[in-house]
Each structure stands twice: as C-alpha cells, then as structure tokens.
Design a protein around this ligand. Structure first.
Ligand code: AMP
Length: 418
C-alpha cells in the first residue's frame, strides 16, 4: 500500500478529502477549528513536496441541494491563514476542471460542499424512503455517483483520504473515487493513518489486561460494539445510562432510570456470553440518583438494585468508581467510549471526571495504551483537560464505533484494497 510519507508530490496535483465540517456561529464564523487543524500535516506535506492541492469536503447536511448556510466559502480565509497560501475557491465542485487544470505547484483550490450534490452520498434527492419509486431512484443515483466520483478524480494525479469522520461512509469522495486511481496513486493522509493505527493497536495488537469502558445513554447504540469486544477484552466496564438495562434485566429495581426494555434479553445474553468467555463484566454497584433530570436535582447514593421510585441513576457512585479504578489501573490497554453519568450537569459529572483521571493515570504511570473515542467521551477528556494525557483521542465518533464493531471502514478499504 502507498503511504503519504513514501509519496513524492512534486509536480503532482493531489485531490484530498478532508473533514472541514466545522461548527459555525450564526454569522458564519468558525467556533471550533480542530478539524481544519487536524488536516494540516497532510496538506502541508503535499505543498512542501511541490504539489498542488485540490481540497474537498462536506459541510452539514444540505441533502443534495445548494444551500448558502453550508457553503465552504466560509472556511476559505481560515484555511488560507493556516496554510499560509491564498486558497482559491471553486463554487461548483463538479465543474472545477478548468480551475484544477490551471493550478501550479504550491497552489490550493478548495471545492464547494460536495453534499450540494446528492451524488456524493448516493442518495436520491427529494424522494421519500417509503415512496415506491425510491428503490429505482436509488439505483439511478448510485450510477450517477460513479460519474460524479470520476469527475472529481479527473482533477488530479493522486488521491489522499484524510477524513476519518466519514470513513464509515461509502460516498463518492470517501470511497468510490479511489477506484479511479491505481494503488500507487492513492493513500491515507496522516490523520487517517493515526486513527487507523490507534484502532489497530487496541483491536489487533492489544496488550493484556485489556479493559473496555463503555458508557453513554443507550445499549441499542453500542450493542454491536459490546458484542465484538467480548472476544477481545479481559474486563468490560459498563456504566452510565446503559447500565440500568442490565440491572433491570437481572430483576433490579431501577426507579425512573434510563433503560430500554426491549434490550433486556440482549443484556442477559451479554452477561451470559461474558461468563462463558471469561470476561470480567463490571457493572455499577451503587449510583448517585437524582429526583429529577436536572443539575439542581436532590441527590442520594443508592444501591443499584434498589433505586426508589421517583429517583433516577445519574452518576457513578464512589463504590463503583473504586472497583473500576482498580481494574483500570491494572490494565495495559484501555478503550473508553461513553460517559458514566450525565456529565453535562456539573453535579453529576464527578464519575466521568474520575474515569478520565484513572485512564490518564494508567497511561502516564503504568504505560497503558489508551484510546478514547466517541463524541461525548472526547468532550469529557477535553472538559477535564486530560486529552493530552491519554494515548489517543479519536476524532471520528461514528467511524470509530463502526471500526470497534469489527466492520471494515469503506474509506480505508477503498485505499487498502481490502
Ligand atoms: P452516548 O451518545 O450514547 O455516548 O451517550 C452520551 C449521553 O449519555 C450523554 O449525553 C450523557 O448525559 C448520557 N448519560 C450518561 N449516563 C446517563 C444516565 N445515568 N442517565 C441518563 N443519561 C446518561
């Protein structure tokens, strides 16, 4: 497989898929430029080699229609400033051949939002899924998606994918386009390489004991992840809102705590599978419950199997945290996804903050490899200022979850040829 370090971009035009889907305020000002900064090492390497850059991205969900609110013209100045090169803008991503052809080494062209075309996602525009004509429209759109990808590919000599956040999508710019470049002319960018290596480190090369900490609100959204991890981990800590489905399924009284009745059989399956596979499944033993879902709720610590009516479990108790700390501190590989309480409320954020500290301490003091990922746990390590104390913080929520589920990411497979 070609890698970005091996490739010499001198005299070449590179089309690079990045994730510039940055949050904007009501005046179109960027409020968090993390994603732009994340792509810089790749973009700078190409320019430093003497290549020309064609940058493409999506922004928001314009659903196949032009919508000024989602125009990438809003990021041109920020990208110019960060690259130190005046970025040119192509207002129609599918009609940029001339602008691309005119690019000289060291020049940069940013294409308008790819999702202004339904072809990018390959989804029919303006037709409901329930509509009997939907399937035919989808088939037609899939064919058009290939043409769209081919047009994008025609702008450049080589293709780089550095958009991990969309690596789990088989879109024109993330996967289909790779078919139009031979193996020596397509590669992952630095950010993608780091993400893929971090996930391989835990899923393929984990040192044991390997502990996964899975929290968050719903079992349904992480069941596939949990099942895949049962074959890999030594310890599985389940905390946060999703834990109550496991407690109720075992006959516990959970008061008004979050739970999913329809997933109780699955929760019991997980408990049985963990036993069979020798995985130490650690659930909460007690919880800090609140009498309403609000920061100023009254609080009391209660036995996890006996939560009074009118109260709901909202944070991990000291006793649960002590158990989890012991497990985490003995671990050599740690994967953390999802908060163990309603950490957005200051009064119920203690448990999640503690977990962040334990993971950081195991990494710093014991040399454990720790991977933190999934929107909210990333927000949590940032909130507690510990992002640089863990081994890797993944930028892609959905992509990371799908990778941990054991799925091959189309964006990666398209380049690796898997
Ligand atoms: P997820 O997106 O599935 O990772 O879930 C993250 C959300 O789970 C956060 O917004 C947390 O507030 C929420 N959460 C965690 N623990 C609880 C709990 N005990 N009760 C309700 N929500 C929770």
């Amino acid at each position: 497989m070609m890698t970005i370090d091996k490739f010499n971009f001198a005299g070449k035009k590179a089309i690079v898929r990045v994730d510039f889907n940055v949050p904007l305020d009501e005046n179109g000002k960027i409020t968090d430029d993390t994603r732009i900064r994340g792509a810089l090492p790749t973009l700078k390497k190409i320019l430093a080699d003497g290549g020309a850059l064609i940058i493409m991205s999506h922004m928001g969900k314009p659903k196949g229609k032009v919508n000024a609110k989602y125009s990438l013209s809003q990021v041109v100045d920020a990208v110019s400033e960060k690259l130190g090169v005046k970025v040119q803008f192509a207002p129609d991503c599918a009609k940029a051949s001339d602008a691309a052809a005119a690019l000289k080494p060291g020049e940069v062209l940013l294409l308008e939002n790819l999702r202004f075309y339904g072809e990018e996602e390959g989804k029919p525009v303006g037709i409901d899924k329930e509509d009997p004509a939907y399937d035919a429209a989808k088939k037609e759109m899939k064919a058009k998606q290939k043409d769209f990808a081919k047009t994008l590919a025609s702008y450049a000599d080589c293709y780089v994918n550095d958009a991990f956040g969309t690596a789990h999508r088989k879109h024109a710019s993330t996967a289909v386009i790779a078919d139009y470049f031979d193996a020596d002319n397509k590669m992952l960018g630095y950010l993608m390489e780091k993400e893929v290596n971090a996930i391989d480190n835990v899923l393929k090369n984990a040192k044991h004991p390997f502990t996964a900490i899975i929290g968050g609100s719903k079992v349904s959204s992480k069941l596939a992840v949990i099942k895949n991890l049962l074959d890999k981990v030594d310890n599985l800590i389940i905390g946060g809102g999703m834990g109550f489905t496991f407690i109720k399924a075992q006959g516990g009284k959970i008061g008004d705590s979050l739970h999913e009745d329809d997933l109780m059989p699955e929760a019991l399956n997980v408990i049985a599978a963990a036993k069979e596979k020798g995985v130490n499944l650690s659930l909460s033993v007690a919880t800090v419950a609140g009498d309403k879902f609000a920061n100023d709720a009254n609080r009391q610590t209660v036995d996890i199997y006996n939560i009074p009516d009118g109260w709901e479990g909202m944070d991990a108790s000291d006793e649960s945290l002590a158990n989890w700390k012991e497990i985490i501190m003995q671990s050599k590989t740690i994967l953390w996804n999802g908060p163990v309480g309603v950490f957005e409320f200051e009064n119920f954020a203690h448990g999640t903050g503690e977990i962040a500290k334990y993971v950081a301490e195991a990494t710093q003091k014991n040399g454990a490899y720790s991977l933190v990922g999934g929107g909210d746990s990333v927000a949590a390590v940032n909130k507690f200022g510990l992002a640089d104390k863990v081994s890797y913080v993944s930028t892609g929520g959905g992509a990371m979850l799908e990778a941990i589920e054991g799925k091959t990411l189309p964006g990666v497979a398209a380049i690796k040829g898997e």
